[in-house]
Design a protein around this ligand. Structure first.
Ligand code: NAD
Length: 300
């Protein structure tokens, strides 16, 4: 069995790495468009360096992609579609619009293959640990064939419905998490300005009703002001853009998501484009009324 992995970035590097660890079960060909990146990956892992998308996917039964956005996915598709083997399954782990997933679903069907949209949650750390949560849209029979492969790098793989349903599930995930992170930033800032021992406050809250993945995994970084890791502000802004566009076409109101989207634009403007998006904390600190310049003559 042959597997092709396209995109060896922060997520794809580890996804392909787990597949390489199981390469007694399949041949693995990898490719990334960045000069030298594929070679560096092959130096560290058990797999074959391909020199193009086309050569990676030729003869592959499974194609696994992890690309930045709709644009790169569409570009890759122009090379994948003419080259696939009959019956090949393409599972895409990028976060994209549901629309492009549907277009690629039709495109792959037209050339005798299957497309599954399988965006992920769990971040770079989840990818490193092989513990991603994968939300998959597409034909059930194709899902059943690819599931054992995905389980190599994921701890939870769920079929969500027809093609596009994976992306709509991921959008729901992002809607549910954006407000949480802003609320956490506000809570930490409030506790700190109230003079409390904030680490102690977090310990108390972790067992209570306000607990969250963000609190468990990000509160310490937010308190330390360390943002040079993780899921970038730029990628979260992309995701929120996708969510708001989809919601607008459905006539759904998402006021908190839209507001935090604006806050992330502030973080971007502060120089936080590549920071983990929990840097909402930095905006909270800098934009607090106490830090704004006084607007009256005697400074009150
Ligand atoms: P990344 O930018 O680090 O990696 C994407 C890789 O795709 C890059 O190495 C890039 O060179 C490669 N690429 C672009 N065009 C290509 C082409 N034509 N052929 C081959 N390779 C090409 O991004 P990432 O952080 O790995 O994220 C990938 C996807 O996963 C994104 O859609 C992101 O929204 C989603 N995601 C990321 C995280 C995270 O924590 N980083 C978490 C969940 C979901």
């Amino acid at each position: 069995m042959r597997v092709a992995c396209l995109g060896l970035g922060r997520m794809g590097w580890h996804i392909a790495g787990h597949l390489a660890d199981h390469s007694d079960a399949h041949d693995l060909a990898v490719f990334d468009v960045v000069d030298g990146l594929t070679g560096r990956w092959v130096e560290e892992h058990n797999g074959t360096e391909a020199d193009s998308v086309e050569s990676a996917v030729t003869g592959a039964e499974f194609i696994v992609t992890s690309l930045p956005s709709d644009q790169e996915l569409a570009e890759v598709a122009t090379e994948v579609l003419p080259a696939i083997a009959e019956g090949a399954i393409w599972i895409d782990h990028s976060t994209t619009s549901a629309q492009i997933a549907c277009e690629l679903g039709s495109g792959m069907s037209a050339v005798g293959g299957h497309f599954l949209d399988g965006p992920v949650s769990g971040g770079v750390d989840g990818a490193r640990r092989g513990a991603l949560s994968v939300m998959v849209g597409g034909e059930e029979s194709a899902f059943a064939r690819v599931e054992p492969l995905v389980e190599i790098y994921a701890s939870r793989v769920r079929h969500m419905g027809p093609v596009g349903a994976g992306q709509l599930t991921k959008m729901t995930n992002q809607i549910c998490v954006v407000g949480l992170c802003q609320a956490l930033a506000e809570g930490l800032d409030f506790a700190s300005r109230a003079g409390l021992d904030v680490e102690n406050v977090v310990e108390a809250m972790l067992q209570g009703s306000s607990t969250s993945w963000q609190m468990e995994n990000r509160a310490d970084k937010m308190l330390a002001g360390e943002y040079d890791f993780g899921f970038s502000t730029a990628l979260m802004r992309k995701d929120i853009g996708l969510v708001l566009e989809e919601a607008s076409s459905m006539g759904v109101s998402l006021p908190i998501t839209a507001l935090v989207g604006q806050f992330l634009a502030d973080v971007d403007a502060m120089g936080g484009t590549t920071w983990d998006w929990c840097s909402l904390m930095e905006r909270q600190r800098r934009f607090a009324p106490a830090n704004l310049p006084p607007n009256n003559a005697d400074g009150r």
